[in-house]
Each structure stands twice: as C-alpha cells, then as structure tokens.
Design a protein around this ligand. Sequence first.
Ligand SMILES: *Cc1c(COP(=O)(O)O)cnc(C)c1O
Length: 394
Amino acid sequence: MNSNEKTINKFDNHVAHSYGRYPLAMKSGQNRQCIDENNKKYIDLGSGIGCNCLGYCDEQWADAVCAQVRTLQHTSNYYYTEVQAEFAEKLCNTTGYDSVFFGNSGAEANECAIKTARKYSFDKYGKGRHTIITLVNSFHGRTMATLSATGQDVFHNYFFPFLEGFVNVEANNINDLKEKLDDTVCAVMLEYVQGEGGVIALDEEFVDAVFELCAQKDILVIADEVQTGIGRTGKFLAGEWYGKKADITTLAKGIAGGIPMGACLFNSKTKDVLTAGTHGSTFGGNPIACAGGIAVIDRITGEGFLDEVNEKASYIKTMLEESSAVKSVSGKGMMIGITLADESKKAADTAKKALEKGLLVLTAKEKVRLLPPLNITYDELNDGMKILLDILEE
Ligand SMILES: *Cc1c(COP(=O)(O)O)cnc(C)c1O
C-alpha cells in the first residue's frame, strides 16, 4: 500500500475538510527538498506558501530554535523576554519602523493593523471616520475582519454579516480612489504585489497617488507585506521598490522561517496608538518564534544575500521568458507568477503534474506561482525549473 494513504485516511477521518489537499504526506525535509512517506523526493519551489524562506530545517535556524525550546518556550506577555526584545530591535533597525506588535499569523497582523488605524482616527477625530479602503482582488486573511477587508467576492459567501466599514477601490485606478476617499476614511490598505490575487505588482503611479492623497487628509496607509516582506521580492520590504514606507506594515509567512508568527510594524505616527489593554495575544511574541525570526533576519540582512535573491530571480525569469510555453511572467523578485501560453492548460493541473514528477509549485488564480526558498542553490533551481519547463512544454 502507498504509505501516504494511511496518513491521508486519518486526515479524512479526523481533520476538518477545509482544504483541497494534494495526495502527499510529507515526512521530512532538508535544504530545498522534502520527502513523502514513500521516500519520494520533491524540490520545493513554494516554500510551503512562502514560509520556509531558508528552506527545510536550515542548520543555523534549527540550532537557534532548538536552543530556545530548551531555554524558555513561553511566558505570558505580562513579562519581558530578551529574545523578543532582540528580534523587535532587529526588525525595527532593518525596516526603519519604531515599534512592533507580535501576533501569530498574517490575519492577526492585519487585524492589529485595522484596529490600530481605527483607534488612531478615533483618538484624533472621534467617531465616524472608520472606513478602510482595500483593493479589488486583494487578500488579507480568513478572520471576519480580514475577510471583510479582502476585495474578492468569492470570499464573501456564507459568513454573513461581514464587518462594516470596508470599501473596495480598483487597483491602479486613481479616479476610483479619489472618489472613495471621503471623510469617513481612516486608512487605505494594500499589497504592493497582490499575491493570492494573481501575483500582480501595483503601478508606481497608483502607489504614489495613494501615499500623496492619504498624506493630505491624515489617512493612514497600511501595507500588507505578509507575503511580500522578509526579502521575498528582493528587498527586505517590497515598499522599498516603490520608495515608500507605510504608516503600518504587516508581516508573517517568512518572518520566522516556518514557525507561526505575525508582526505589525508602526511608524512614529502609529507607535503609541495601542495602549495597555487595547490589544493582545496570548501567544504573540513567542520566544521560539522570535528565535526563529532572529535567525531569519540575520541571514537575510547578511552581506550580499538580497543581491543573490535578485540575481536568482532574474535567472528564473529569463528561463521562463525564453520558453515558448510561457506567455508572460509577473511579480517581483522571488515572487513569481507565470501565465501559460496555452490558455486551455490549467495552473492546478500543472501543479498536479509537477507533484508526480517530484516538484512542488503553487498557483494563484489562473497562474502558476513560484515562491522559492530565498537561499535556494542554482543546482536546485536548475533541477526544479527543468521539471517545470518540461511539463509546460509537453
Ligand atoms: C497569506 C496572507 C495573509 C494571511 O496570512 P495567514 O497567516 O494565513 O493568516 C494575509 N495577507 C496576505 C497578503 C497573505 O499573502
């Protein structure tokens, strides 16, 4: 019997059926490869979903995490820990933000951003200025508030009523933005590169307009960098490509190298909005996650690391663009969307075929999506891309 099946059956019997899963039971991983319960190997060009930014079980990262597990695994947020202080300091020094609130996921980081924006406005202007503008085709998470923020109709089923006070603007439509920036708005929230929406980078002129119009009216800009942050696009934050620093930036996915963590970064304007008792998280700032985060940030900010990410990104892009099976390549850095030339080919089918051939890739809408581990080697890349291009060119 295929030994993946035992695990898969247990899942079917006992784990909620909230995901469409591939028939792969993952056993372990090393470098940029994992193996399933039949000892079949897979090259991973998805990093989970952008979480394993240093690949599987990176040695330095694992040492840091294991040492922390044996030292202090948790304490409540009534107390201080050096490891959280250290990670917060490194995050702020690297990004130029003033302070950080730690949660456990992207959705939680965005919840924190939404609450902070509303309180900032309430403290200064009183009631009624609570609308948050988000973009059509955005994705901000699965909790009630972040679902309400998400600008895709497919997510707005079943769970009525959604939260009030979210209005969608078309991405890159400055006139639509101008029309909707009325006196009820406290914040505009955006992904510089829409991830789940199809790996689409925002136009520079649009981002410029958002920042300019918001500054005029003291409306906050929230950058959801849950997917784009932590070096994914070749800069530590994707906002750097646009020369922009939002009032609030949220992070998660790659932040701790595959350990659950989210972070909400505040600038000088937003750093004192949350006061004692206004927000919290039992697990937020967990020492193990912080130790993982320090290992990640030390590596990514190390000399030449992001240059290499950019070099590998253009290497992948060139390889794809030279293939007759590829219509176009979107995204930034190692956040890559591939539109297939043959429109009858479905991205999900490509992902399934890749799996059979020992390669993990992701999809986003109609595109094949790659979020390779940032420290992938050229050998691993060549092996993975060969499998992918062979499938695409079949
Ligand atoms: C993944 C993602 C989220 C949600 O993160 P979770 O950790 O799943 O809650 C939010 N925003 C963006 C841009 C994402 O890519």
